[in-house]
Ligand binder design. Structure first.
Ligand SMILES: Cc1cc2nc3c(=O)[nH]c(=O)nc-3n(C[C@H](O)[C@H](O)[C@H](O)COP(=O)(O)OP(=O)(O)OC[C@H]3O[C@@H](n4cnc5c(N)ncnc54)[C@H](O)[C@@H]3O)c2cc1C
Length: 422
């Protein structure tokens, strides 16, 4: 293997969203070469970025603010957003040449519809600034040495006056998600909270999932435990083999991250715009006008046919070969109740491979939210998903990566300028 020996002002570990934004922000403040270099373990930078937003990159959300994140230190999250907010981020991308478009619920995407455009423009700016991207280079250790840092990798060693750790989280290992960043920071004296996969399908049990696999339906989904509702959202739910999925479920998994799964369940309201009494009236009318049908088709035209049959089975109305005319008022009330409260017990933890983000990470209370500099080790900065702040689905997690990355880059550059003066 070719051995490298870099001596840089700022070494950025991780060439994902946060690391690339950090490198651009730092390089713009320190134009002389070779001030900044990015080291990434993957053969190419930005692998996860390319997969975001189904390849379209939902790069931020118009409404993103500090209140949208789970964290151990809400004050530090507000400091981050007071340093770099959504408008600052959009201005940063405009300066790279990206034109954006806002869609439903404030979600912002590149107008061209390509995540690759976001990555290309970041990399073109690195090139313009003369910042090296060193790929296939996993940093295994960081040491303090002679007032600077030495980074060890199987490719050789790197000397840097300042280090930005932007190694991402453990979610989506197939896209390069790893827990190495936490280990690097722990070795520098930092601590991390427990990690949980978040924004993922929720594994559930139900005798009906086999026949519903692949169906999408509009519903209100609520996450409940023994004490009641924890969170809810309305939108499209997708039925999977052993799990419920879709953005609505991702939002519930965000609320479920870190909770015990044994008494959790997802409750679906399959007609959220109608009250229970409206549904009873609707079902009573259908019994009057469709007495010639069998139960198999009683709900056809209200729901996807397979969903309709499962709702009737869940209400105990088998066999479905019976006539609609046989339904009693009690049967109708039971069906209406299932339509409003269809329960799916959560059967376990979400998996890392299906998760979009890591909940938990390096404690923000150990970082300065104004600069992303470590409170424990001067010259060490961190950014992105590896920090303990995670947001909902809808552009919030990339916004966190951009805000913390840009702040870390600018602050590391200021640290170097200070170093040069001193
Ligand atoms: C399928 C999918 C879709 C998503 N869609 C969206 C979306 O549309 N909008 C949104 O806001 N969020 C989305 N997210 C979440 C978002 O992608 C992440 O939160 C964000 O990419 C985190 O950026 P990061 O730079 O912190 O980490 P990453 O993008 O994961 O980058 C970390 C980089 O560090 C490198 N690395 C790690 N350890 C080392 C080491 N020791 N040495 C060298 N290199 C190292 C890795 O190889 C990687 O390239 C999605 C996530 C997934 C999985």
């Amino acid at each position: 293997m070719k051995q490298i020996a870099y001596d840089v002002d700022i070494a950025v570990i991780g060439g994902g969203a946060a690391g690339l934004a950090a490198a651009v922000a730092a390089g713009r403040e320190l134009p002389e070469k070779p001030a900044v270099a990015v080291f990434d373990a993957q053969p190419r930078c930005g692998k996860k970025l390319l997969a975001t937003g189904n390849g379209r990159c939902n790069l931020t959300n118009r409404s993103a603010s500090s209140s949208d994140y789970h964290s151990d230190d809400a004050h530090a999250v507000s400091e981050v957003f007071s340093g770099v907010n959504v408008d600052d981020t959009l201005a940063f991308f405009e300066s790279l040449g990206l034109v954006c478009r806002e869609e439903d619920e404030g979600r912002i995407y590149p107008s061209c519809g390509q995540a690759s455009a976001v990555l290309d423009l970041l990399r073109l700016e690195l090139m313009r600034l003369g910042i090296a991207e060193v790929c296939g280079c996993r940093v295994e250790r960081i040491h303090r040495q002679d007032g600077a840092f030495r980074l060890d990798s199987p490719m050789g060693s790197i000397r840097a006056k300042s280090v930005i750790v932007a190694c991402g989280g453990a979610a989506a290992p197939q896209l390069g998600g790893v827990d190495w960043g936490y280990r690097l920071m722990e070795a520098m004296g930092h601590s991390a909270t427990r990690l949980h996969p978040s924004l993922s399908p929720l594994p559930v049990t139900s005798p009906h999932l086999g026949s519903l696999k692949g169906i999408r339906a509009h519903a209100r989904a609520s996450l409940c435990d023994g004490r009641g509702e924890i969170a809810s959202d309305i939108g499209e739910v997708q039925f999977g083999d052993k799990a419920l999925s879709g953005i609505v479920i991702f939002q519930l998994s965000y609320a479920a991250a870190g909770m015990r799964s044994d008494d959790l369940c997802v409750e679906l309201d399959m007609l959220p715009e109608r009250s229970g009494d409206d549904i009873i009236a609707l079902l009573t009318r259908r019994r009057a006008i469709l007495p010639h049908l069998t139960l198999e088709n009683y709900l056809t035209g209200v729901f996807n046919k397979r969903i309709g049959m499962c709702l009737l089975k869940e209400a105990g109305l088998t066999p479905l070969s019976r006539s609609v005319a046989e339904l009693t008022d009690g049967d109708i009330r039971r069906i209406a109740r299932i339509v409003k409260h269809w329960r799916f017990p959560v059967s376990g933890k979400a998996s890392w491979s299906n998760a979009q983000v890591t909940s938990g990470g390096v404690r923000l209370s150990e970082m300065d939210g104004m600069t992303m500099q470590s409170r424990l080790c001067p010259g060490l900065f961190a950014a992105g998903e590896m920090l303990n702040a995670d947001g909902r689905c809808g552009g919030f997690n990339l916004q966190w990566a951009w805000s913390t990355g840009i702040l870390a880059g600018r602050s590391a550059a200021a640290f170097i300028q200070q170093h040069r003066k001193g």
